[in-house]
Design a protein around this ligand. Structure first.
Ligand SMILES: [Zn+2]
Length: 108
């Protein structure tokens, strides 16, 4: 994902590793990683992070490639975005990447 300050890894739907900047550290670059075990917590977290949806990116609608990343604009809408350089050069302008809104279950 693009622009994410927190790091989350869920292993086997049981073990959760959460990372972020360590606010107690005197060093700016120091980070901390916590490990928690528990399938209930792991499942709830995956649900909250839309893991099921985000784990299945579509093919690019333009180049049919699978170089798809996730971005979030205006703190609201998640979108799929093709980052293949060959795909972008076929369009007018280099910033004209293929995007598609991500439909999340339960979103209004
Ligand atoms: Zn593409």
């Amino acid at each position: 994902m693009y622009v994410m300050h927190q790091k989350i890894a869920v292993i086997d739907e049981r073990t959760v590793m959460l990372g972020s900047l360590n606010v107690l550290s005197q060093h700016d670059t120091r980070e901390v990683m916590l490990t928690m075990r528990g399938s209930h917590f792991a499942r709830k977290l995956l649900e909250h992070e839309h893991a099921e949806v985000f784990a299945r990116p579509p093919k690019c609608g333009r180049c049919k490639g699978s170089e798809i990343e996730i971005r979030r604009y205006k703190q609201r809408n998640w979108i799929w975005r093709c980052y293949a350089t060959a795909c972008k050069t076929t369009a007018k302008g280099s910033s004209n990447a293929w995007t598609q809104d991500i439909r999340l279950p339960g979103s209004r």
